[in-house]
Write a protein that binds this ligand. Structure first.
Ligand code: HEC
Ligand code: HEC
Ligand code: HEC
Ligand code: HEC
Ligand code: HEC
Ligand code: HEC
Ligand code: HEC
Ligand code: HEC
Ligand code: HEC
Ligand code: HEC
Length: 436
């Protein structure tokens, strides 16, 4: 009798486990399988379970490899202050007893959003203590500081300290809060790398042109028209027939870099997983209810035929975004610069949403330094000190930038007014410089 019970129990357990594993990897609808709320960073792809759980029986190592496959590039670019190799060093083995920092999932768990602080972190905020108990001995300035203040805005980050390391602070100290000729570089990256196909002039394509004179006109006036493109460069199937609604793949023929970086950020992360594009109705952030239900893609900001950069930099965003920070932009001092200089004439002095969120970054092409638009709007978003070098310091001092980004009220009102507190990082770095 007892034996039958156990066989029965085993059969049921195996069936249930099998069902879950099957659903996790193969089934179409995985919603029922979610074991808890997913983090702010990942909920848009939460149903693509196998992006993280690439095998059903994978433990920590499998999950870790998944994290690394999507995030290593960005951590390398940030010159990660705590890379795995530091912890493989035998001298640091003891440190791993409490926090095994070799694995991403030690600090970033998933499906437990109720315990997450910002950026998917699942550790108490004073965790630096476990490895850096001796800091006050080497740094008199740090004596008596609480351990939950190490990673406050403007001090240290666990990964990305590009704007906060000591040398950088010393070298960039001083200067007026707003630079005398405050400007950003012009975007001058030639978008298209691919060799040209000849325009298609079959009667079918000509008929479409004639049927849509407004579109034909808009295309002719756009950068695409100027470069000699016609309808067929986008509206063409592989067989050479007319394609009604070109997708991101058609843009990718000529704009691979933009497509790549777009897919690494929140706007494009669903398309990158072959999921339907992001929709405003499925967002956690506040969105305008009247914003189109149309899934997110390149045309969300560029529209299909005009490709007006100025529209894309600001008005496009406000078609969807309606959190307080976004809505406050139009009344901010930054927006006033735009109206006083004339938006089109002073593209290098304007500050729009895209100035901060899709910044122009330096790239080298054939030995020449050019400026290209970063289409991953999460690349410099959090921790927000990432914006200091890529954006603010074109126009402001380091000190003012650190203080302003550490002030939640200034972020909320979209940078209207002076920072309400001062972060002493630079002062301390200078003090140490003079002592040595
Ligand atoms: C962004 C990455 C990610 C996605 C997407 C994801 N998970 Fe997870 N999942 C994790 C992490 C990380 C853990 C926790 C590991 C830990 O705490 O050590 C986890 C844990 C689990 C566990 C607990 C058992 C275990 O392996 O530790 C289950 C069950 C699970 N996930 C199911 C799912 C299902 C089903 C989906 C899709 C509906 C999904 N997950 C999507 C990252 C992800
Ligand atoms: C399929 C690719 C993919 C995988 C796998 C993946 N991520 Fe992400 N992750 C993203 C994208 C895309 C975002 C959203 C954009 C951003 O914040 O960079 C994101 C966001 C994040 C954020 C939040 C950043 C913020 O500002 O809130 C953290 C932290 C993070 N991921 C860590 C991890 C860890 C740890 C794992 C492994 C358990 C993992 N990711 C697995 C693609 C991935
Ligand atoms: C010891 C804890 C710890 C470990 C291990 C860890 N992180 Fe983090 N991570 C953090 C903290 C804390 C933050 C919050 C921002 C900061 O202080 O840098 C963060 C932020 C992030 C972010 C968002 C901000 C950014 O700088 O891009 C990503 C993405 C991220 N971690 C990915 C990873 C990946 C991938 C791994 C594994 C290779 C990993 N983390 C390992 C603690 C950790
Ligand atoms: C699991 C242990 C561990 C934790 C947790 C940890 N660190 Fe570290 N940290 C290290 C090790 C190891 C080094 C490398 C020391 C060396 O190279 O001599 C280091 C180096 C540093 C450095 C010097 C960075 C550089 O680029 O040279 C700073 C600053 C730092 N940590 C700050 C922090 C802060 C702030 C926190 C909490 C947000 C933190 N650490 C959490 C182990 C840890
Ligand atoms: C740079 C690529 C590109 C070029 C060049 C282009 N289109 Fe389009 N077109 C698109 C995209 C993308 C859509 C789909 C928009 C959507 O799905 O919302 C579209 C949609 C359309 C539509 C249907 C939706 C609407 O806006 O009415 C018509 C009609 C159209 N295009 C005609 C033309 C004609 C005629 C030409 C040539 C004069 C042309 N297009 C050139 C990318 C292009
Ligand atoms: C056949 C190649 C080709 C295709 C397909 C294509 N483009 Fe372009 N695109 C170009 C060229 C050429 C330029 C202008 C010169 C340059 O920057 O290289 C350009 C310029 C642009 C610009 C800059 C506009 C400006 O005013 O400076 C944007 C934005 C753009 N394309 C977006 C798109 C989008 C979105 C799609 C897909 C709907 C797309 N392109 C499809 C070749 C292409
Ligand atoms: C969130 C809005 C948004 C989306 C979505 C978007 N773009 Fe852009 N794009 C911009 C803005 C804003 C600029 C111009 C910024 C500037 O001049 O400072 C731009 C510039 C460009 C340029 C000119 C390149 C350069 O470096 O100067 C190309 C090409 C382009 N986008 C292609 C694309 C393609 C392809 C997609 C889809 C994968 C896409 N964009 C999606 C906002 C967007
Ligand atoms: C078609 C609607 C639409 C347009 C246009 C649009 N966005 Fe978004 N954006 C979204 C949605 C939806 C999200 C995801 C929000 C969520 O998941 O809660 C998002 C996410 C973001 C995020 C990341 C927020 C986070 O916490 O990770 C930033 C930053 C952002 N958008 C800025 C912009 C900027 C700047 C522009 C214009 C250049 C723009 N967006 C254009 C719909 C849009
Ligand atoms: C001067 C730079 C700057 C300008 C201009 C700017 N932002 Fe931001 N934005 C920020 C900073 C800094 C944050 C905060 C990042 C953080 O700490 O989480 C932010 C956050 C956001 C977020 C994420 C909010 C959240 O709660 O996750 C969205 C969405 C956003 N901005 C959209 C916009 C839009 C749309 C515009 C234009 C109408 C705009 N921003 C103008 C700097 C700027
Ligand atoms: C293209 C140059 C430019 C960039 C980039 C820029 N700013 Fe500004 N900012 C200005 C100018 C010019 C003013 C002064 C406007 C005026 O005269 O009222 C200003 C004003 C401000 C103010 C308001 C001061 C007050 O007295 O009301 C704050 C706060 C601010 N900026 C923060 C930032 C931060 C933080 C960043 C980076 C995320 C940034 N700015 C990026 C040019 C820029």
């Amino acid at each position: 009798m007892k034996k039958i019970f156990w066989m029965f129990w085993l059969a049921i357990t195996v069936t249930i486990a099998g069902y879950y594993l099957y659903t996790m990897i193969y089934a179409e609808n995985k919603e029922s399988m979610l074991i808890g709320e997913t983090t702010h960073g990942h909920y848009q792809i939460e149903l693509a379970c196998d992006t993280c759980h690439s095998t059903a029986f994978g433990g920590t190592e499998v999950l870790h490899n998944a994290c690394v496959s999507c995030h290593q590039e960005e951590l390398d670019a940030a010159n990660d202050s705590h890379p795995r190799k530091k912890f493989n060093d035998p001298r640091n083995v003891d440190l791993l007893k409490t926090i095994d920092a070799r694995y991403c999932t030690t600090c970033h768990q998933e499906h437990v959003n109720h315990v997450n602080v910002q950026m998917g972190v699942t550790l108490p905020t004073d965790y630096c203590y476990y490895c850096h108990q001796d800091i006050a001995e080497h740094r008199p300035s740090h004596e008596g500081l609480e351990y939950d203040s190490c990673a406050s805005a403007g001090c240290h980050n666990f990964h990305d300290n590009r704007a906060l390391y000591e040398r950088f602070l010393v070298e960039n100290s001083g200067g007026p809060w707003v630079k005398s000729h405050a400007h950003i570089p012009l975007a001058n990256y030639a978008a298209s790398d691919s060799s040209w196909r000849d325009p298609i002039l079959s009667s079918e394509f000509i008929a479409h042109q004639e049927a849509h004179p407004n579109i034909t006109n808009a295309v002719a006036l756009s950068a695409h028209g100027e470069a000699g493109m016609s309808c067929g460069h986008c509206h063409q199937t592989e067989q050479g027939d007319w394609l009604d609604s070109p997708s991101i793949e058609s843009c990718a023929q000529c704009h691979q870099n933009e497509v790549h970086s777009y897919q690494q950020g929140k706007h494009g992360m669903r398309l990158a997983q072959q999921l339907p594009g992001l929709e405003t109705q499925n967002a956690r952030l506040p969105m305008r209810s009247e914003s189109a239900a149309q899934p997110h893609s390149c045309v969300s900001c560029h529209r299909a035929h005009e490709f007006d950069r100025q529209f894309a930099r600001q008005d496009a965003c406000l078609q969807c975004h309606s959190d307080t920070h976004s809505l406050n932009f139009r009344n901010s001092p930054h927006a006033q610069i735009n109206s006083s200089t004339g938006e089109k004439n002073h593209e290098d002095m304007n500050v729009a949403c895209a100035t901060c969120h899709l910044p122009r970054l330096p790239v080298t092409k054939n030995g020449e330094q050019l400026w290209q638009v970063q289409h991953n709007q999460n690349d410099n978003l959090r921790p927000n000190e990432k914006m200091i070098r890529s954006v603010c310091m074109h126009c402001h001092s380091l000190e003012f930038s650190i203080d302003a980004l550490a002030d939640p009220e200034l972020i909320n009102n979209n940078f209207h007014g002076k920072p309400s507190q001062h972060i002493p990082s630079i002062d301390w770095a200078l003090q140490r410089e003079f002592q040595n």
